[in-house]
Design a protein around this ligand. Structure first.
Ligand code: AMP
Ligand code: MG
Length: 355
């Protein structure tokens, strides 16, 4: 369906506009789509128990239909209805990290349509902490399927303006809660197989899951150099977040990374550079974007997708990024950045220095 005007309503978390939330709830209960803020990225919501409503999400995003959706709930007591059982490990993770940026995979109950799970017998569930999201979910029927509210393949939206760029004319309503807090999609943990397995790294790190469960591991398909080992989450196999210009990640000792990038920026090409507050002064030419500070890894995470989107408007031909192997979020940040770069990385320590 085409909507001539996509409405954007600003919502203040301290004084929530109940009429706007009711309006969103009515659209959702009527089988329509609403984009809304969460602490991770903006979501594109529909009733997850209504196959036809979920289908509209795939259409608006241009998302492959075998890529399953995450169902968002507002209250823990709503979990039982959509899953076959809640394993003890899930109860412990929920107590530690829900509401928050963690998605868990369960065996689905009969009321969850295959149109939501991409044909799988399992379902992904998350309880977000954002108050706007939870109030909207409650009013929308309690079970809101929501992927990131971007066109498939583009960087996930971290502001309502990003959503508008991709969804204008395709959905009736965007709830605008300002810039999101984390800026990377939720961590996904699969609890349906023997060892709890992280299928997508996010704010909740492997170490944080291990702290609660003792044993947990990273999906080998995410970390293996062997490309025949595929990721377990269907969505992780798709190319994602790709800016129009070719992106390359430069790794190695920082001084050499900087000199390598400066050499490229000196060329006749229009070059974009992704750096940090600590290195900003060391670059001279090119379109230089400071993503955040290495002392504050959340600042790097929360600006990553916005920076990738900005380069599309700047018309650069090549982008070089420093690498961000920070303690808690490094794995999640590098997972997104490597995907955006189509895994193109340059290790300067392997290049012989010119005499
Ligand atoms: P997005 O909605 O864009 O945040 O992507 C959701 C991610 O969750 C994708 O990578 C999906 O493949 C993954 N996912 C959703 N449901 C399941 C499931 N039942 N089993 C495994 N991965 C899932
Ligand atoms: Mg997405």
């Amino acid at each position: 369906m085409n909507y001539l005007d996509t409405e954007i309503i600003k919502i203040d978390r301290k004084q929530m506009d109940i009429d706007a939330l009711e309006k969103a709830g009515n659209i959702l209960r009527g089988g329509g789509l609403v984009a809304f803020p969460t602490e991770t990225v903006y979501g594109l919501g529909a009733n997850g128990l209504d196959e036809e409503a979920a289908r509209k999400i795939y259409e608006a995003k241009g998302r492959p239909s075998d890529n399953p959706l995450i169902i968002h709930i507002a209250d823990l007591e709503d979990l039982d209805r959509i899953v076959e059982e809640v394993p003890e490990a899930a109860r412990r993770l929920a107590a530690a990290y829900w509401p928050g940026p963690l998605t868990m995979i369960f065996r689905k109950s009969a009321c969850v349509p295959y149109g939501t799970t991409g044909g799988l017998d399992t379902v992904a569930v998350r309880m977000p902490s954002d108050e706007i999201a939870r109030e909207m979910i409650r009013r929308g029927g309690g079970y809101i399927a929501a992927p990131s509210a971007n066109t498939s393949g583009r960087p996930s939206p971290t502001t309502a303006q990003h959503v508008y760029e991709d969804m204008d004319g395709k959905i009736p309503l965007i709830l605008d809660g300002g810039a999101v807090e984390i800026g990377l999609e939720s961590s996904i943990v699969d609890l349906t197989t023997g060892i709890p397995t992280i299928l997508r790294p996010g704010y909740v790190s492997l170490e944080m899951v291990q702290e609660v469960l003792g044993r947990a591991e990273m999906d080998r398909g995410l970390i293996s150099e062997d490309s025949s080992v595929k990721p377990k989450a269907p969505g992780m196999k798709y190319r994602h977040y790709a800016p129009k210009a070719r992106l390359k990640i430069v790794e190695g000792p920082m001084e050499r990374v900087i000199s390598y990038i400066n050499d490229r920026a000196d060329s006749s090409k229009r070059v974009g550079i992704i750096c940090t507050e600590e290195t900003l002064q060391k670059y001279a030419c090119g379109t230089i974007k400071c993503i955040g500070s290495r002392q504050d890894e959340l600042s790097i995470a929360s600006h990553l997708f916005a920076v990738l989107r900005e380069f599309d408007e700047d018309g650069v031909e090549e982008i070089y990024s420093e690498s961000f192997d920070t303690p808690q979020l490094g794995q999640a940040i590098m997972n997104r950045l490597l995907k955006a770069a189509g895994h193109q990385r340059i290790d300067v320590s392997e290049i012989e220095e010119e005499l």
